[in-house]
Write a protein that binds this ligand. Sequence first.
Ligand code: HPA
Length: 243
Amino acid sequence: MLAIIGGSGLTTLDGLTLLESLNVETPYGATSAPIEKGVFAGRDVYFLARHGKNHGFAPHEVNYRANLWALESLGVTAIIGVNAVGGISAEMGPESIVIPDQLIDYTWGRESSFSSVGDVIHADFTFPYTQSLREQLLATAKEIELSVFSQGVYGVTQGPRLETAAEINKLEKDGCDIVGMTAMPEAILARELDLEYVNLSLVVNMAAGRSEGVITMDEIYRVLDIGMIHIRRLIAEAIKRIL
Ligand code: HPA
């Protein structure tokens, strides 16, 4: 069973025929929002709004462990995580869609493992995203003639503030192409649970210092509205074919 975790701009999944809204008890507390079970593009899926239905949780406040644990307990085996990000590489401008192949984690203080005392997990994370899922999304994008970047390094910052221009320069030197706040610990928690996981990122602004002036939320929301239409179409077409 497939789950979609929606980020900013994707707190509801238009086109989802809702069957059930589930409040799942977890050892880690409540999920960000009830998990919606429904039919999307003819397939049964689960949908979860990462930040809550009213965008109540900032990136560092999201209960990632509860979210991932709950999805796994429902029988989910594969997850598409959707994220809004800033573009660092000049070519990855607003409205670009990126399917990253790597990440660098700059977050701190988040509960980022299901390890417990006496039961430490050292999960392999060489390739943080499931390659077969990445390939399936890329093949679908090609078929529907949607332009996407087939790789990229996602730098995960703590937020909720945006970065300084100097921080973005440092991230670029590190090799980051895009920057966002929510790719971790989601990806490693999925790996610890042996779930297939892929990241679908929409660039909603140029990162700090990479465009004239400052970053405005108005501009971000404008791009989110347009870009999420393409993201939804890509997911709908992909799940008809694959997953
Ligand atoms: N930086 C970090 N996270 C983001 C950005 C950004 O510029 N845009 C959207 N999420």
